[in-house]
Design a protein around this ligand. Structure first.
Ligand code: PAF
Length: 307
């Protein structure tokens, strides 16, 4: 990418050039390229995505750029993880815009591919052998979206095997997903899973590819989701430890016109078992899923820490 910036000392325009991103059209060429990078002794940081990139993704890429010799990104809207065909059809797609943003963030390579290219061994979706996502896939997103985590686990394993990264970067916004991918990485023996903080709009709303589906008014109202989480953290800091009471704090904040709460739950992030309402927590992750307009949004927050 070529551009100009104003030099504040000499007040003249200075030319800057960032390296062009390599765009590879399929997983086989990505695998060959990544193999060559590793053979040359370069460490690879990997950010798997479904495109429609936003600040949240770019913060993961920024970290991958800084911590590795090579940063690469996959863009693949994985049909295996959608249990709702309308959600899959509505999912925003803009590869060229995404690739441009990645180039600006210093990413070295981006690749994509079709379902057939990722799973050449299967001629129809039903023939693809799904990976068992393990016990952390139970409840919450796993219950609301049956089959979702099996789809995530299946594509993540395939992506990890394609890239062979030393580190892979995931956003904390998809908290339960980070537990599932940590299990996969433990079983494969790689990569190190780096979980990065949730990036938020000034209103507190977590960045999500689905935010583009919101009208301005819905976007404003959706900010109650993060408010509910921060109110629960406030209650925690005031000494509240009871699951039911912390949940009530969130539900009060979520009582906003047009917000349909699917769950507002608390879990011990190390244990991940459902908690009884009267249960007391020593560590707490608060998690919310809610529908507003055409979007289904999720967000979460660790209550017993400030970050
Ligand atoms: O978080 C996502 O965007 C997706 O679940 C992932 C990890 C890219 C797998 O398709």
């Amino acid at each position: 990418m070529v551009g100009t910036v104003l030099d504040p000392i000499n007040c003249n325009q200075t030319l800057f050039v960032t390296a062009m991103i390599l765009r590879l059209p399929d997983p086989v060429s990505a695998q060959t390229w990544c193999h060559a990078q590793r053979a040359a002794g370069r460490s690879i940081g990997f950010v798997p995505t479904m495109g429609a990139l936003h600040e949240g993704h770019l913060s993961l890429v920024g970290r991958a750029v800084v911590e590795n010799n090579i940063a690469c990104v996959s863009i693949f809207v994985n049909p295996l993880q959608f249990n709702d065909p309308d959600d899959l059809a509505r999912y925003p797609r803009n590869f060229d815009d995404d690739a441009q943003q990645l180039e600006g963030a210093g990413c070295d390579m981006v690749f994509s591919g079709t379902l057939e290219q990722f799973f050449p061994e299967a001629s129809v979706v039903a023939e693809i052998t799904k990976r068992d996502p393990g016990p952390t896939a139970e409840g919450l997103e796993g219950a609301s979206r049956p089959g979702h985590f099996a789809g995530v686990a299946t594509i993540c394993e395939r992506l990890f095997k394609t890239v062979g990264p030393g580190r892979a970067y995931f956003g904390e916004k998809d908290f339960q997903q980070t537990l599932v991918v940590k299990d996969i990485a433990r079983q494969l023996g790689y990569p190190e899973i780096v979980v990065c903080p949730t990036a938020r709009e000034p209103s507190g709303l977590a960045y999500s590819s689905r935010n583009v589906l919101l009208t301005d008014s819905e976007c404003k109202r959706a900010a109650c989701i993060s408010r509910a989480l921060f109110m629960a953290r406030h209650a925690w800091h005031q000494g509240e430890r009871e699951v039911g009471k912390l949940r009530d704090v969130m539900l009060r904040e979520l009582d906003v016109d047009g917000i349909h709460v699917e769950y507002a739950e608390l879990r011990d992030p190390h244990d991940w078992r459902p908690e009884a309402p009267a249960g007391l927590l020593v560590r707490a992750q608060a998690l919310i899923a809610a529908r507003i307009g055409k979007a289904r949004l999720i967000d979460n927050l660790r209550l017993d820490r400030d970050a």
